[in-house]
Design a protein around this ligand. Structure first.
Ligand SMILES: Nc1ncnc2c1ncn2[C@@H]1O[C@H](COP(=O)(O)OP(=O)(O)OP(=O)(O)O)[C@@H](O)[C@H]1O
Ligand SMILES: [Mg+2]
Length: 266
């Protein structure tokens, strides 16, 4: 289950094709120095990968580089096989804050930007259908006319997820998307995320500090640590879903990750 990342790559045969391939990535901020160095990470079609690591080790920066929002100082990012120089139209982002536009209603927010020039061209009716399907997928059908100020934190985060899904993403980048929510809403959102990305055939790269969230949601957990940051360990989560039904396996993995997290932040 546990494999050190220094080992040679496992044979590619029989594995899903890669959506995202970051190789040999390094990133530095002027004045701060190297944030991470020599990072290689692949996310395969329909795979949910959780990225963990202590605060400040560079997870959000790595996510931004992999999403094409920042340029690495070394290394390369490929998305669906092509070199990435800007965010790919078949990728989408969800952050801790839902960042909805207050002057647009729910349907307007979910559809916002879908007709921008860099998005694949689609007929107006098709875009409306995509917006409706995404709103339905996150359980907000009937609330299309509601404005952000009328939505609870959980509903706003569902709306942010719908906005991402409406882009029909091959890969969803999510940076601590549920960390501002209460425990019950967070658990609902975790289950919803797994359900919708499986139904919509998307892959996910999820940054989280929550070990339980990572274990419940991810197919693979990657740990970042050190200064500059590197990927130091990974676990394939082969516990059947729903994972709540296997508390002993979840608990054993939680202890292993906790020990590695402690070690990586020393
Ligand atoms: N715009 C910036 N300018 C200078 N330094 C930055 C900038 N953004 C991030 N950093 C630095 O880069 C390092 C990594 O930051 P990053 O936000 O990627 O960490 P993180 O692992 O996501 O942390 P957290 O878990 O707290 O969100 C930190 O030391 C931070 O201070
Ligand atoms: Mg962060």
């Amino acid at each position: 289950m546990n494999s050190p990342l220094a080992e040679p790559a496992i044979a590619e045969a029989g594995r899903a094709p890669a959506v995202l391939e970051g190789s040999g990535l390094s990133y530095a901020h002027a004045g701060v120095g190297t944030i991470f160095d020599g990072v290689s990470l692949t996310v395969r079609r329909r795979e949910i990968v959780a990225l963990m690591g202590c605060s400040g080790c560079g997870k959000s920066t790595l996510l931004r580089v992999l999403a094409g929002l920042e340029k690495p100082v070394a290394g390369e990012v490929r998305f669906l096989g092509d070199g990435l120089v800007e965010p790919h139209p078949r990728s989408a982002l969800v952050f801790q804050q839902p960042s909805l536009l207050p002057w647009l209603n729910l349907a307007g927010n979910v559809g916002f930007g879908l007709d921008f020039a860099h998005q694949p061209k689609a007929a107006r009716a098709e875009l409306a259908e995509r917006v409706a399907a995404a709103i339905d997928a996150v359980g907000l059908a009937g609330r299309e006319a509601a404005y952000p100020s009328e939505l609870s934190g959980g509903m706003a985060q569902r709306a942010a997820l719908a906005r991402a899904l409406a882009r029909q993403p091959e890969l969803l980048f999510a940076d601590e998307p549920f960390s501002a929510l209460d425990a019950i809403t967070r658990a609902e959102m975790q289950a919803l995320l797994v359900d919708v990305v499986h139904r919509w055939h998307s892959a996910v790269l999820l940054v989280t500090h929550d070990i339980d969230e990572a274990i419940l949601v991810a197919d693979r957990i990657v740990l970042m640590g050190g200064r500059p940051g590197r990927l130091v360990q990974e676990w394939t989560v082969d516990i059947p879903r729903p994972r709540e039904d296997f508390p002993e396996a979840v608990s054993a993995l939680r202890l292993a990750i906790l020990a590695a997290l402690r070690h990586s932040s020393q």
